[in-house]
Design a protein around this ligand. Structure first.
Ligand code: AMP
Length: 214
């Protein structure tokens, strides 16, 4: 099964993708995570992407499409993919169609996580993660049981994404509305788009997704 999770930054795509990965053995493909790894490694792609990401703009399609092509041919992803943060533009969606057609695999569901813009700024600007295991935390909504200690691994160092500052979040939301929202009619026309209420509690969002994928 191949799925796309669509929605603005902070809608919970990554959280839901991780859970789907654990429960269904699907492979999460996050272009944001891939880009952050490139930035960290100091690669050429990382150098090109860093400033763009910090401004809250989208990285050029050609870079993203080349990165994704390598993932789609991963031999270990036998059960299928959850695409998290890709596609983000119509040309990316068209490139994905070609890649899947070449492999002879379908795109089964596109699930939109619907959330209000006002909520996004609060959600994103409070989030951070454990530097050791990557578990996600939030200043308001998801605090570790003991302040400063990760419940998942006992780690005591945490990081915040450089693009999660309130100023950048506005640019990221604008990019979503301008460049990514046109994908909603693109997939609706094919009859594979379904929406869930991304404002609901995390467990509720997950069970709504499960109902869609069956
Ligand atoms: P994310 O972790 O999905 O929120 O992505 C973080 C940032 O990486 C975005 O704000 C973009 O700058 C860049 N990015 C991630 N995925 C894509 C994509 N599919 N197309 C263009 N830029 C992307």
């Amino acid at each position: 099964m191949n799925l796309i999770l669509l929605g603005p930054p902070g809608a919970g795509k990554g959280t839901q993708a991780k859970r789907l990965e654990q429960q269904h053995g699907l492979t999460q493909v996050s272009t944001g995570d891939m880009l952050r790894a490139e930035v960290k490694s100091g690669s050429e792609v990382g150098l090109q992407a860093k400033a763009i990401m910090e401004r809250g703009d989208l990285v050029p399609d050609a870079i993203i499409i080349a990165m994704l092509a390598a993932q789609v041919s991963r031999p270990d992803a036998t059960k299928g993919f959850i695409l998290d943060g890709f596609p983000r533009t119509v040309p990316q969606a068209e490139a994905l169609d070609l890649m899947l057609a070449e492999k002879g695999v379908p795109l089964d569901h596109v699930i939109e996580l619907r959330v209000r813009d006002e909520e996004m700024v609060a959600r994103i600007s409070g989030r951070y993660s454990c530097a050791k295991c990557g578990e996600g935390w939030h200043d308001q909504f998801k605090q570790p049981k003991h302040t400063g200690v990760c419940d998942a691994c006992g780690g005591t160092e945490f990081t915040r994404r450089a693009d999660d500052r309130a100023e950048t979040v506005a640019a990221r939301l604008a990019a979503y509305h301008r460049q990514t929202a046109p994908l909603l009619p693109y997939y609706a026309a094919r009859g594979i788009l379904r929406a869930v209420d991304g404002m609901a509690a995390m467990d509720r969002v997950y069970s709504d997704i499960e109902k869609i994928i069956g």
